[in-house]
Write a protein that binds this ligand. Sequence first.
Ligand code: PEP
Ligand code: MG
Length: 325
Amino acid sequence: HKALMVRNSYLPAETKNGQRISVMGNIELPEEVVSLLDHGGDGIGLYRTEFQYLSRPDFPSENSLFENYKDVIDVMGHRPVTIRTLDINGDKAVNYIRDNQEPNPALGLRAIRYCLRKPDIFQTQLRAILRAAAYGNVRILLPLISGIEEVEQAFEQIDEAAETLEKQGVVYKRDIPVGVMIEVPSAAVTADILAEKADFFSIGTNDLIQYTLAIDRGNRHVAHLHQPLHPAILRLIKGTCDAAKANGIPTYMCGEMAAEPIFAPILLGLGVNELSMNPQTIPVVKNAIRSIDTTGIDGFMEEMMRLTTPNAIQDLLAHQFGSVV
Ligand code: PEP
Ligand code: MG
């Protein structure tokens, strides 16, 4: 037991100068919570809820979704569980939806766009989430937001789900943080507007890089152009963090960029407050955070933000932090 306690992944992710950051896990299946806790995850930063829709012949019922979410919440106890609302279509196609033939699925009726177009399906999931929220520390996360009107409409849908549950006398919790994924360039650019409504941001770098640099995230021919350190990406992350800070809300990151230990100093320097990744990489990233010192990072970030190419940024990063992370 003692040996388990001293294993590094159970230590908090705290920099040498005492800056603490939560390192969370991304999951798709309820059973992945075991691995997440084994790897020292501080909570669930992204619960991708698509699987319950993809693995069956028809839309799941409110009760089956509720049971799934509650299973996860029960295991996580007081730790945060960030449930992302349905992000189907795009690269996650559901074969029992018959009207989803689109020439450009990544730019199509995906995620929040689909849910706002199909309020019945959205209501079923939102009711299941609000019911499960009564049993733990739940946050809701809205995917693929491109502007404030979608956020407002989603909030209306959440309120409607709560009102229905209230009328039916069902146990639920509405007073939970509702966050916005920053994964479309327009959302990052208007983060100051979104921050007035959102309780938190979570940056999805997989899609943010795809849409900003115009490269299909699944196309190996352009994989070399998938550059998290592109100045455009760093500027969008910085703008998002600055807007969040000005409005007193936190910024998290749940895209793959958060899983690279060498990027940890930059992300801390830009002001990201929490990182979430596939559970296997949690110990590595925690370790990296414990080995860095962020004293004077603001000056380093200023120098970094003046550089013009991903290569120059990578070199400076390796020069400054390469020996420790
Ligand atoms: C992302 O886009 O970075 C993200 C975390 O969401 P997904 O990979 O599920 O699209
Ligand atoms: Mg995404």
